[in-house]
Design a protein around this ligand. Structure first.
Ligand SMILES: Nc1ncnc2c1ncn2[C@@H]1O[C@H](COP(=O)(O)OP(=O)(O)OP(=O)(O)O)[C@@H](O)[C@H]1O
Length: 259
C-alpha cells in the first residue's frame, strides 16, 4: 500500500531555526504517530507543511500520492482537501454560525461548485457531532460554546470531512480527562478502520498509549522516528524536554513524570 506521508531528505526551517534536517519518514495507512518536542521546536510548523500550507526548504514531500515538494501544482489543493484533515491549534469563528453549519464545513471538499449539502451530508455531520458528545448542540451558536466544546466541534468537523489522513495539532487542548480519552479512542477507531493519524501531543503517556509510532523533534534539526516502544524512553524524553523524567507503570500503561 502506498504511504500516506513520504519524505526524503526533507528540511523545514522557520525564522532561521531548523525544525527537521534531512527527514526520511514514511507513514502508512492505519498507522498512528505522535509528534513530540518542546514548545517552539516547530511541531505546528511541520504539521502545516504536511498539510500543504507552507513550503519546505528542501527535499521531497508527498501526501497521499500528491507531490507537495519539490514540485507542487495549485490544482492539487482540491485533491489534497479530500486527503488530509487538519486540526489547527486554535479555532477562530469570525462569523456567526451554528454548530451544525460549522460541522458541515467538513463536507466542502466533497461538494461540487454550486452544490448545497445534501441530507446524506447532514447525516454524516450529525453522526460526527454525536461521536464527540455534541448531539444536542446542533442549533447552538458556535460563539456560545465553551473551550472544550469548541475543540470537540473542531474534531467533529474533521470527522465530517472523512479524510484518510488526520493531522492533529494538540487535539487534547481544552479537554477534560474523560474527553481526552474519548477523543484518542475515537481516533484509534478511525485508524482501525484504515485512517492514518499524526498527532502533536504534549503527554508522552498518551503518546505511547494511543500511538504505536513516534516522531521526536529535538529543536536543532535532529529527529528520531520509529516504533514508540523503542524511542519513547526516559532517556530520549529527558533529552527531548531538557528535563529528567521517570517512567511509572500501572498494569500495561506507561506514564512519564517530570522529576
Ligand atoms: N513568522 C515567524 N517568524 C519567525 N519565527 C516564527 C514565525 N512563526 C513562528 N515562529 C517561531 O517558530 C518556532 C516554531 O513554532 P511552532 O508553533 O511550530 O512550534 P511548536 O513546536 O508547535 O510549539 P508549541 O509546543 O509551543 O505549540 C517558534 O519558536 C516560533 O516562535
Amino acid at each position: 500500500m502506498a504511504p500516506l506521508i513520504f519524505t526524503r531528505n526533507l528540511s523545514v526551517r522557520i525564522g532561521g531555526h531548523s525544525i527537521c534536517r534531512a527527514l526520511n519518514w514514511q507513514v502508512n495507512p492505519g498507522e498512528r504517530w505522535a509528534v513530540l518536542g518542546k514548545n517552539g521546536v516547530g511541531k505546528s510548523t511541520l504539521l502545516a507543511t504536511l498539510a500543504g500550507l507552507r513550503a519546505p526548504d528542501a527535499g521531497e514531500l508527498t501526501i497521499g500520492g500528491v507531490s507537495l515538494a519539490p514540485t507542487f501544482h495549485s490544482a492539487a489543493h482540491r485533491h489534497l482537501a479530500k486527503i488530509r484533515g487538519y486540526l489547527t491549534q486554535h479555532q477562530t469563528d469570525p462569523f456567526p454560525s451554528t454548530v451544525m453549519e460549522t460541522a458541515l464545513i467538513g463536507r466542502h471538499p466533497h461538494l461540487g461548485r454550486w452544490d448545497w449539502e445534501s441530507a446524506a451530508d447532514r447525516e454524516i455531520a450529525r453522526a460526527a457531532l454525536a461521536e464527540v458528545d455534541l448531539a444536542d448542540f446542533s442549533e447552538r451558536e458556535v460563539q456560545t460554546l465553551s473551550g472544550g466544546e469548541r475543540q470537540r466541534l473542531a474534531v467533529a468537523q474533521l470527522l465530517t470531512q472523512q479524510p484518510p489522513l488526520f493531522l492533529l495539532d494538540e487535539p487534547l487542548t481544552h479537554l477534560d480527562l474523560s474527553h481526552q480519552v474519548a477523543v484518542m479512542e475515537l481516533f484509534t477507531r478511525q485508524a482501525a478502520a484504515g485512517a492514518t493519524v499524526v498527532a502533536v501531543l504534549h503527554d508522552p503517556g498518551f503518546a505511547v498509549r494511543y500511538c504505536e509510532h513516534a516522531l521526536l523533534l529535538f529543536g536543532n534539526g535532529e529527529w528520531l522516528a520509529g516504533p514508540a516502544t523503542d524511542i519513547v524512553t526516559t532517556e530520549n524524553l529527558s533529552r527531548l524536554y531538557g528535563h529528567p523524567l521517570r517512567e511509572l507503570r500501572a498494569e500495561e500503561l506507561r506514564w512519564f513524570v517530570p522529576l
